[in-house]
Design a protein around this ligand. Structure first.
Ligand code: UT7
Length: 337
């Protein structure tokens, strides 16, 4: 998107997160399917993840994240003019999670929408949020990435390659117009390659069959996420560096100009491979997949919030956030905090 603003810039003024209470270890999973702590750690880096328990919901995690982000920004729900929710795991088939979050925030008739860009959802959200503010239409937007993926996983041998990877949670950011120019969300580039849509996804329920869900769909497991892991891995380690170099080139910057790097948390091996191949020092990269697994659209905003809280990312830090996921979608955002 061209860097056009009515005036000023679009800045992230607050971040937050909300997680399920239940912690699921690799050993817990080994009781449900033929897997082991050793396999999961070696292949993915994951040690634990959070999974939803009774009484919790996607909009509940999103609310917690939103409230924390609002507080950090010194704002109240009534200050929000538009709500963006990035998710691949909506609270219901329709309406999307945004409706439930908007109601929980007591936002009356404030508009909002759900973004379906899977693991790249937060990056797409930054692009859409920036465009809505840059157009002059809005001044303050709440952007949430939220997932509850645990309920759809096939917690059995057939689904073990996917089931051990995913976790639930929410991360949020407040996007605001600020008067200074050249700060905040400097550049976002997003990509989509729909030809690979069948490499990672949940095929059923879908709208290509006359019956919503049939016993055969349950027997065949098409109601659960399926992934061609090696193909996705290869594409992630190719596409993420490619788009990072694209953003840097457009901004006339070099790798060493970036203060901090947040990659999507799909696999620790993917992130270590990218950092090493690109010459990014490990101390400038933060990973939390060890604790939370892959939270799709929530991974980057939760990592962002943790780094802001711990002081790894400071006011003025130049941060590159990059994601890759189902669709295939991928994207990178360069943000001056
Ligand atoms: O967020 C969206 C983007 N997602 C990604 O970027 C994920 C990309 N892919 C990956 O991270 C990796 O491909 C995985 C972690 C999913 C899998 O790692 P892999 O090194 O590609 O393993 P594999 O699928 O080739 O499986 C190796 C072996 C197989 O056994 P055989 O055929 O060698 O006997 C699998 O059946 O490991 C077996 N296996 C498991 N064993 C224990 C698969 N899943 C498991 C499991 N526990 N959970």
């Amino acid at each position: 998107m061209a860097d056009v603003m009515v005036s000023g810039s679009v800045k992230i003024t607050g971040t937050g997160m909300g997680l399920p209470k239940r912690i699921v270890t690799n050993d817990d999973l080994a009781k449900m399917m033929d897997t082991s702590d050793e396999w999961i750690r070696q292949r993915s880096g994951i040690e634990t993840r959070r999974w939803l328990t009774d009484g919790e919901s996607p909009s509940g995690f999103a609310l917690e994240a939103a409230q924390m982000a609002l507080k950090a920004a010194g704002r109240e729900p009534k200050d929000i003019e538009f709500v963006l929710v990035a998710t691949l795991s909506p609270e219901q088939y329709f309406p999307g999670t945004c409706s439930f979050l908007q109601a929980k925030l007591g936002l009356g008739t404030t508009p909002g929408l759900d973004i379906r860009a899977q693991c790249s959802g937060f990056i797409y959200g930054l692009e859409v949020g920036k465009a809505l503010i840059a157009s002059g239409q809005y001044n303050r937007i709440l952007l949430v990435g939220v997932e509850v993926q645990s309920v759809a996983l096939e917690k059995a041998n057939r689904g073990r390659d996917v089931a051990v990877l995913f976790g639930d949670g929410a991360g949020a950011a407040i996007l605001e117009r600020v008067p200074e120019s050249g700060v905040g969300i400097r550049r976002v580039i997003t990509k989509l390659e729909g030809i690979n849509a069948d490499k990672l996804g949940v095929a059923c329920p879908g709208a290509t069959k006359l019956n919503w869900i049939e016993p055969k769909d349950i027997e065949d497991g098409t109601i659960h996420p399926r992934m061609d892991g090696k193909f996705v891995f290869k594409n992630a380690v190719t596409r993420m560096p490619e788009i990072i170099m694209d953003v840097l080139a457009k901004e006339n910057l070099k790798i060493e100009d970036v203060d901090f790097w947040l990659f999507h948390q799909a696999n620790l091996r993917i992130n270590e491979h990218i950092a090493q191949a690109m010459g990014i020092p490990p101390e400038k990269v933060y990973n939390n997949i060890q604790k939370y697994g892959n939270m799709s659209a929530a991974s980057i905003p939760v990592a962002l919030n943790e780094c802001v809280q711990s002081g790894k990312i400071k006011k003025g830090s130049l941060v590159m956030m990059t994601a890759f996921g189902a669709g295939f979608t991928w994207g990178s955002a360069l943000v001056r905090m």
